[in-house]
Design a protein around this ligand. Structure first.
Ligand code: AMP
Length: 467
C-alpha cells in the first residue's frame, strides 16, 4: 500500500536530487537529497521509538529547514504532524499538549535531526490512505478554545495538486519563502507547490526587507501575506528592477487592500494574485494565473471546490464542500456538527458574495458584522471608503457598545486626518447608519503572526468609546 502524501513528495523530487531545495540566507544550499535523507532518518527514529500510525508529533520551534525534515519524516512514518506557533507561551502550549496528546514534542529540530542519524533510516514509508490523518492545525481562534482542524492525506494531496497546476509551477521556479511554517500558508500552500514541482526555495527565517530584496533578485514566485507587500512598498529601494525574474506575486491569509494592489501594480507593473484560504480547507479560491486579477476579489473556487452563499441572501456566509476540506475538529464532535450543514458543506464564517462571473468577494468575518440600530453593517464597505481618503493607510471598522443603537460604528485608522471632516465625507458616500460615529487615529493596528487585524482586541480596547 502507498502513503499518499509521501508518494506525492517523492514523485515530485527532481531527477537530480543534488538540486537545492532550500537556498539559505548565508549562501549555503540544502539539496532535495539532504531533505529526503533527513526525513528518512527522522522517520526511522520515530518508528524505532514506537510511534504508531496516527500518533501525533508536535513541533514548536523557530523556522528551519530541519523543521521541514521533521515534517517530511513524520508523514513518512505515518504519524500526524502538529505544528505550533513559535510565539505560544508555555500555558498555551500546555493546552495543545493536553488536547492532542502528542507522542513526541520537538523543540530543537536541528538537534532532533542530528540525533536521528543514530537510527537506521526508514526505507519504505508507512502506508497511509487518503482518509488517514496527516496533520492537525490549531486555528488561530480569537475566542473560546482553539480548535484542531484535522487534515487528511487526501485533503492535503488534493489541494497541493490543484495549486501546483493553478499557479503553473515548474522545476525552473524559485519560490521566495519568508512565511512561518507553523501555519497552512507557509507549510502546505507554499512548500507543497515547491515539493510537487521539485523547484528551489529562497528560504528565509522571517521577512526582513534586506533579505527579501536580495532573494527577489533570483526568485520567480513570491508568496506572502498582505503586510509583506505593504512593507515592500514602504521601502524606497523596491521597484520594477528589484524582482527581474518574478512571474507571480501571490497574496493571502488576510485581505489585500485594493490600494496596495494598485500601488504595487504602479511600482512593478505586476498585478498581485490574491487567493483565499483557511486552516480547515487550505486554499478555497484563487484569482487566475491567466486572465483578469481583480483587486478586492479573491477569485474563483478552485477546481473541485463547491462554494455557495448560505442564508438565501446575495451576501451571506460562505459554505464550501470539496476534496481539500477537513472532516472534523480534533475531539470536538459537537463543534464539528455545528459548523457543517446537513448536506456536508463547511460553514466558513466568512461573509461574502459570488458575482455572475463566479468571482468571490469577501466582506469580512460573520462575527465582525456590526448590528447598529437593527441594521446590518459590513465593516469592509466602510473600510474601503476610508482607505481611499488622503492620509489614511489602513482602517479597521468595528462595532462597540452604544446606548441608543446597541452597537455604534467606530473606525480605527492608521494615519492622520480631521475626524469631523472625514465623518462628513463618509456620510456623503454611505447611509447614516453605516457612517462611523467616531474615528480614532493610531500608528499601528494589532495583528497576529499572519498579518490579520485582530478586531477582537480592538473591540476590547475601544469598548468604552460611546460610554
Ligand atoms: P487561518 O485559518 O488562520 O488561515 O485564517 C483563515 C481566515 O483568514 C479566513 O477564514 C478568512 O477570514 C481570512 N482570509 C484568508 N485569506 C483571505 C483573503 N484573501 N481575503 C480575506 N480574508 C482572508
Amino acid at each position: 500500500m502507498s502513503n499518499v502524501l509521501h508518494d506525492l513528495f517523492v514523485n515530485g523530487l527532481p531527477a537530480d536530487r543534488a538540486k537545492p531545495c532550500f537556498m539559505l540566507r548565508d549562501g549555503r544550499n540544502v539539496s532535495y537529497e539532504a531533505l529526503s535523507t533527513g526525513a528518512a532518518y527522522v522517520a526511522g527514529r520515530l518508528v524505532a521509538e514506537g510511534v504508531q500510525p496516527g500518533d501525533r508529533i508536535a513541533l514548536q520551534a523557530e523556522k528551519s529547514h530541519e523543521g521541514v525534515m521533521v515534517y517530511f519524516g513524520v508523514i513518512m512514518a505515518g504519524a500526524v504532524f502538529l505544528p505550533l506557533n513559535s510565539a505560544y507561551t508555555s500555558t498555551e502550549v500546555d493546552y495543545f499538549i493536553r488536547d492532542a496528546e502528542p507522542k513526541a514534542f520537538v523543540t530543537d529540530p536541528v538537534r532532533y535531526v542530528e540525533e536521528s542519524r543514530a537510527f537506521a533510516p526508514l526505507t519504505q514509508a508507512i502506508p497511509r490512505g487518503p482518509d488517514d490523518l496527516a496533520a492537525i492545525i490549531y486555528t488561530s481562534g480569537t475566542t473560546g478554545r482553539s480548535k484542531g482542524a484535522m487534515l487528511s492525506h487526501g485533503n492535503l494531496a488534493a489541494n497541493a495538486i490543484a495549486l501546483h497546476k493553478a499557479w503553473g509551477f515548474t522545476p525552473d521556479d524559485i519560490l521566495m519563502h519568508a512565511l512561518p511554517i507553523f501555519h497552512v500558508h507557509g507549510l502546505f500552500v507554499a512548500m507543497h507547490c515547491a515539493f510537487l514541482s521539485g523547484c528551489s526555495m529562497v528560504w528565509l527565517p522571517k521577512f526582513v526587507d534586506a533579505d527579501v530584496l536580495e532573494g527577489l533578485k533570483r526568485a520567480t514566485v513570491m508568496m506572502g501575506v498582505p503586510t509583506f507587500y505593504s512593507r515592500l512598498l514602504a521601502n524606497p529601494q523596491f521597484g520594477r528592477e528589484s524582482a527581474p525574474n518574478v512571474r507571480l506575486f501571490i497574496s493571502g491569509s488576510a485581505p489585500l487592500l485594493p490600494t496596495t494592489f494598485a500601488e504595487f501594480e504602479q511600482r512593478t507593473g505586476q498585478r498581485i494574485l490574491e487567493r483565499y484560504g483557511m486552516s480547515e480547507a487550505v486554499i478555497i479560491t484563487s484569482n487566475p494565473l491567466q486572465g483578469e486579477r481583480i483587486a478586492g476579489s479573491v477569485g474563483y473556487p478552485l477546481p473541485g471546490v463547491e462554494l455557495r452563499i448560505g442564508g438565501g441572501e446575495e451576501t451571506g456566509v460562505i459554505e464550501i464542500r470539496g476534496p481539500s476540506i477537513f472532516s472534523a475538529y480534533w475531539r470536538m464532535p459537537e463543534k464539528t456538527a455545528e459548523e457543517f450543514t446537513k448536506d456536508g458543506f463547511f460553514i466558513t464564517g466568512d461573509v461574502g458574495r459570488q458575482d455572475v462571473d463566479g468571482r468571490v468577494w469577501i466582506s469580512g468575518r460573520a462575527k465582525d458584522l456590526i448590528i447598529s440600530g437593527g441594521y446590518n453593517v459590513y465593516p469592509k464597505e466602510i473600510e474601503l471608503v476610508l482607505d481611499e481618503m488622503p492620509g489614511v493607510t489602513e482602517s479597521a471598522v468595528i462595532g462597540v457598545p452604544h446606548a441608543d443603537f446597541g452597537e455604534g460604528v467606530a473606525a480605527i485608522v492608521i494615519g492622520k486626518g480631521d475626524e469631523a471632516a472625514m465623518i462628513a465625507e463618509c456620510r456623503k458616500r454611505l447611509a447614516a447608519f453605516k457612517t462611523p460615529k467616531r474615528i480614532v487615529f493610531v500608528d499601528e493596528l494589532p495583528r497576529n503572526a499572519m498579518g490579520k487585524v485582530q478586531k477582537n482586541l480592538l473591540r476590547e480596547t475601544y469598548k468604552g468609546l460611546f460610554a
